[in-house]
Design a protein around this ligand. Structure first.
Ligand SMILES: [Zn+2]
Length: 344
């Protein structure tokens, strides 16, 4: 029986650190198990300049509990970006890439890109600088079903981006469907991140009997059993193009539902690596965990693989109902449930 596993220290390629008090909490939990994290730039002041990226990175790292923890910042792409500053920041490793949010895809994406063709000049720069295009791949239009947004984005936008910029490295973030997995697998220079919740929940866990569970509501929304199985296969076995991206995205518990509208986002940082380990164990693929958690990501991003290690012990852990610190109270993903792994 497996008692513990030692793996190269992981990186998380998609985290929402937010701001202020919340940033301290997210940093504490994310630096618990990761050496590096990509800090998403959809903060209330969008991160669109090199100066903002430098100060956001410093702010996160100064709050970290681990000495060599590193925050990597992508640029929030807009149609009105300062191209010189953007290019300078890519060349000096201030931006790890550019993040595309189509308009109204998720939190603070009302300033996202409406007509993606208008930023093809930016993709050209990313391609030339051998940098990364990170994509929230959903098309949000009135006549598109919420469960089909990823498929429509792939068909109407991503296909064309892929064909126009053949050398551009693209990460399709939080892949949520079998269709998305197939697209990543069948195209060059494209990789995908997978969250724990998309491998644990289906739409029944969110919408059931005319009730909505707000704590399972996220973007992209979780889908069918067949999608969940396909994501598990991709993470555990189709094991070169997929890596960790928890998309851990906290909201204050009291704000999750406001005026009949739901805030999208699931907070999994307190147990994310433990959840990934238990999923890989369920799939009899524990020996592949390290590739997914610590090797595929840096390889795709062209960064060094970490040289420190972490041990997961086969030990029971009950996830607390909430993460509470100071004025912060966030509902934890997997709250009250048991996981058989614990980071020592
Ligand atoms: Zn996100």
């Amino acid at each position: 029986m497996t008692t513990d596993i030692k793996i190269i220290k992981p990186d998380d390629w998609h985290v929402h650190f937010r701001e202020d008090e919340m940033l301290k909490v997210v940093t504490k939990y994310s630096s618990r198990v990761n050496r590096r994290c990509i800090a998403m730039p959809n903060t209330s002041n969008l991160i669109t300049s090199s100066d903002q990226a430098v100060s956001y990175k410093k702010l996160i790292e100064s709050n970290s509990h681990s000495k060599n923890f590193e925050a990597l910042i992508p640029c929030y792409l807009t149609e009105s970006l300062n191209i010189d500053d953007f290019t300078y920041a890519l060349q000096n490793n201030i931006f790890v890439g550019g993040k595309l949010y189509p308009t109204n895809a998720t939190t603070n994406s009302q300033h996202g890109v409406n007509d993606i063709k208008k930023i093809y000049n930016i993709f050209e720069i990313l391609e030339k600088e051998n940098s990364i295009l990170l994509i929230h791949g959903e098309l949000n239009r009135n006549n598109i079903d919420i469960f089909d947004r990823e498929k429509y984005f792939i068909d109407e936008e991503l296909f064309q981006i892929r064909n126009t910029f053949k050398d551009l490295k693209i990460v399709l973030e939080h892949v949520s469907s079998e269709y998305g997995v197939d697209f990543v697998n069948s195209n060059n220079n494209i990789a995908g991140t997978i969250t724990p919740h998309h491998m644990l929940l289906t739409k029944d866990d969110v919408f059931k009997d005319k009730q909505i569970n707000p704590h399972h509501y996220c973007m992209p929304v979780v889908k069918n059993e067949s999608d969940l199985l396909s994501l598990r296969r991709a993470a555990c076995f189709e094991n070169n193009k997929f890596f960790i991206g928890t998309d851990s995205a906290p909201h204050q518990a009291k704000d999750k539902i406001q005026h009949d509208s739901l805030k999208a986002g699931i907070f999994s940082s307190p147990c994310s690596l433990e959840l990934y380990a238990s999923i890989f164990e369920e799939e009899n693929a524990l020996e592949n965990l390290e590739k997914f958690s610590s090797i595929n990501g840096p390889k795709f991003y062209g960064l060094d693989i970490n040289n420190d290690f972490l041990t997961l012990n086969k030990e029971e852990m009950i996830v607390p109902e909430y993460t509470e610190e100071g004025n912060i109270k966030v509902k934890n993903f997997f709250a009250g449930k048991k996981i058989d792994w614990k980071v020592s």
